[in-house]
Design a protein around this ligand. Structure first.
Ligand code: DP6
Length: 330
């Protein structure tokens, strides 16, 4: 029975970003957001996307007859979400419309994986608002339609998303590595000039190094996974460094080149190399934006924050390993 405002079902979901240690960069030629590289990632406790979804019948009177998506208070172009919502309707065998409101507690689209947590929360809230239940693997495959990395954000702890796979899998729970810290260093709060989707497609189409990246990526993913399983920070950090720098090599060498880095990003990379030479365990990674994220341990996280805070646009964030998506009726 619909409410007086036409709402049929409501659910609220919370999801955390998935930070790739070995990167997903490139899509297979078939399906939507099927990865060409295996990625291994960690879910970040300290950042979250919160999404409320309401479902409405198509004939709900004066309401607009399409899905509505609001992100941080701003209505989005619903065409961007069309195939995602259609896939959920198809999977759940309904024709209802979705109305969603999402809030990120960190800068959206600035290379902090907001699309990963955003679509994981959205998929879970849509299914919840329909009164349905999906196993995590099916939810991961649905979230992926919105954004590839969201396939991993459905799960907490450490995840692997295999090249060619529709869904990610969990490698370890969030309690696996209590001493690990990820320090997020936001050097800019501005939205990225080019989406990761457009950037990875341009790299595939124009970078002469892209085939080498695809050939090289499985070995790095296996190395990162082995390091996670051994809780070996140095081994993981070393492989993580190779993964992000080789990913960026495809960006620097594409036409026109893609350069997300800012001078502060490079200053941090160089200073971290100096700190490592002094025996401080701290290895960085970057994604489709200028922010730098540092893998370190509990004891050294405060020092990393202190060192870099003066050149940051916003306060540094220290994260532990986070949980998977949660959903509640509301
Ligand atoms: C650099 O998941 O944002 O963060 O599937 O096109 O939505 P789409 O791309 P997206 O790409 C993430 C790229 C990355 C690396 C990673 O998270 O693995």
């Amino acid at each position: 029975m619909p409410d007086t405002d036409g709402t049929i079902g409501t659910a609220h979901a919370v999801a955390h970003p998935s930070l790739a240690i070995a990167k997903y960069w490139g899509k297979a030629d078939r399906g939507i957001n099927i990865p060409a590289t295996t990625s291994v990632a960690v879910t970040l406790e300290a950042l979250r996307s919160r999404t409320t979804v309401r479902t409405r019948a198509r004939d709900a009177g004066q309401r607009r007859e399409h899905d509505i998506v609001t992100l941080d208070g701003v209505e989005q172009d619903s065409r961007r979400f069309r195939s995602f919502f259609d896939r959920i309707r198809e999977r759940m065998s309904v024709s209802l419309l979705f109305e969603s409101e999402s809030l990120n507690d960190f800068p959206t689209a600035a290379g902090l994986a907001s699309s990963a947590s955003g679509f994981a929360a959205l998929a879970a809230a849509c299914v919840g608002a329909l009164g349905g239940q999906l196993d995590p693997s099916a939810l991961s495959a649905l979230a992926r339609i919105g954004s590839g990395s969201a396939a991993r954000s459905v799960f907490g702890g450490f995840t692997r998303w295999e090249a060619g796979a529709e869904a990610a899998v969990q490698l370890q729970y969030e309690t696996w590595w209590p001493d690990l810290r990820v320090v997020i260093l936001p050097v800019s709060g501005a939205a990225k000039p080019l989406s990761s989707r457009d950037a990875m497609n341009r790299c595939r189409d124009t970078s002469p190094y892209f085939p080498a990246w695809i050939e090289d990526a499985p070995g790095l993913a296996a190395e990162v996974e082995a390091a996670v399983q051994a809780r070996d920070l140095e081994r993981m950090g070393t492989a993580a460094g190779q993964s992000y720098l080789r990913m960026f090599a495809t960006m620097f060498s594409s036409i026109p080149p893609i350069i997300y880095w800012l001078p502060e990003s490079l200053a941090i990379i160089r200073e971290l190399a100096t700190l490592r030479a002094q025996g401080i365990p701290a290895w960085e990674t970057m994604d489709a934006g200028p922010q730098v994220k540092v893998f370190t341990d509990r004891d050294n996280a405060p020092r990393i924050v202190e060192t870099f805070q003066p050149i940051l646009a916003e306060p540094a964030i220290v994260s532990t390993v986070g949980p998977g998506v949660t959903v509640s009726p509301r």
